[in-house]
Ligand binder design. Structure first.
Ligand SMILES: N[C@@H](CCC(=O)N[C@@H](CS)C(=O)NCC(=O)O)C(=O)O
Length: 215
């Protein structure tokens, strides 16, 4: 099994999960500078030209939440409750909410402060972020209320919904997200950061980038 990745938030949650579950995987870093993400070989795996992508024999899967569910099913982990329909839809609800609402609320902050710094795209535009504060507050309130008196978002234990929701929010301080009035989110993120695989999800040794180009 291979996971194609770049140093960004969607691959991050998949890599963290693979590490957490101890999944035997080849981690193939896509070389952005060499244009591997846009190469015909990679496009054949993932027509979105995005990362991550999982390849398991003939089976190819993109979308980080689907990949996380697949890794859990293979590992028989209840972080994706494949055998419990009620729990499964509870996790699915938060995955959907993340993709539809939370992600859009946090990503402008993450982009301006983290993505730009990671890929050398210039300084953050703090002025433009002012118009994103309202949406951030709106959806952070929903998540903070959910986490009041709870250790995790769904099922009373760690699930892939936590990794999905936390991948950008984990960087709230560096990304200057206005999180100060959401103590339950801050506590939840601090607890997640105590998980070694979450705190440091990046593969120790990246394979030579030629692997991605020839995919
Ligand atoms: N919904 C997708 C998002 C994939 C995605 O947007 N990946 C970003 C990194 S977080 C990417 O590959 N960006 C590179 C680009 O757009 O050139 C998932 O969860 O896998």
């Amino acid at each position: 099994m291979q996971i194609y990745w770049i140093k960004a938030q969607a691959p991050r949650r998949v890599l963290a999960l693979a590490k957490y579950l101890g999944t035997e995987t080849e981690f193939v870093e896509i070389n952005l500078k060499k244009g591997e993400l846009k190469s015909p070989g990679y496009a054949a795996l993932n027509p979105n030209l995005k990362a991550p992508t999982l390849v398991d024999g003939e089976f190819v899967l993109w979308e980080s939440s689907a990949i996380m569910a697949y890794l859990c099913i293979k590992a028989e982990s209840d972080m994706w409750p494949a055998n419990n329909p009620v729990e499964q839809v509870e996790v699915l609800k938060w995955l959907s909410w993340s993709d539809c609402h939370w992600s859009a609320a946090v990503s402008p902050f993450y982009f301006e402060h983290i993505v730009k710094a990671t890929f050398g795209l210039g300084p953050p535009d703090r002025t433009s972020l002012k118009e994103n504060v309202r949406d951030f507050m709106r959806f952070a309130k929903v998540l903070d209320s959910r986490l009041a008196g709870r250790s995790h978002v769904a099922c009373g234990r760690l699930t892939i919904a936590d990794f999905q929701l936390a991948s950008m929010a984990t960087h709230w301080q560096e990304a200057e997200m206005p999180m100060e009035t959401f103590p339950n989110i801050i506590r939840w993120i601090a607890e997640l950061n105590r998980i070694p695989a979450w705190a440091d999800p990046w593969p120790a040794k990246a394979l030579p980038s030629a692997s991605a180009a020839s995919a």
